[in-house]
Design a protein around this ligand. Sequence first.
Ligand SMILES: Cc1cc2nc3c(=O)[nH]c(=O)nc-3n(C[C@H](O)[C@H](O)[C@H](O)COP(=O)(O)O)c2cc1C
Length: 164
Amino acid sequence: MKTGIIFGSTTGTCEDLAGKIAAEFGVDSADVHNVTDLNADLVAQYDLLILGSSTWGCGDLQDDWFDGLETLKGMDLSGKKVALFSCGDSASYSDTFCNAMGTLYDDLQGTGATFVGTGVSTDGYTFDDSSAVKDGKFVGLALDEVNEDFKTEERIKAWKAMVL
Ligand SMILES: Cc1cc2nc3c(=O)[nH]c(=O)nc-3n(C[C@H](O)[C@H](O)[C@H](O)COP(=O)(O)O)c2cc1C
């Protein structure tokens, strides 16, 4: 199964995390892409797409994702697997923690993609609300490099087991 990782990152945090996830999953760095490079041909190369966005504003997608998400929404992703991750700040933005991941999940529902790596426990996180939580679980991997970077490695490892 060919895996591609696509990230949107403003100050480099989500980009760094995409690199860490690639290393853990054994994905070549050539298959880690900035969302600014997303197009239909790129997406077509992969069976498993790992999509990541940091969260900005008040629970918004990272800016570079707006065009990329429109492209993905217009595609038929039947037969493809999609796994989501996001980074945010659970202390300063406790009401919108990692909402970008909730947006990606909601907006890609009509594409036919099969989501994997969902149902991630919220145990060990401290926040008030997140649109990335459905039925009490995160729809993907939520990371917080601002307050809990020491938990990141363990979270990525646990999530890899769920995705694969
Ligand atoms: C102005 C501002 C708004 C933010 N809004 C949110 C938010 O709504 N939810 C959240 O979880 N994190 C929020 N964050 C935290 C960022 O998502 C976090 O710093 C992230 O690591 C940035 O990743 P990037 O460098 O890859 O863009 C915000 C940060 C700033 C400075």
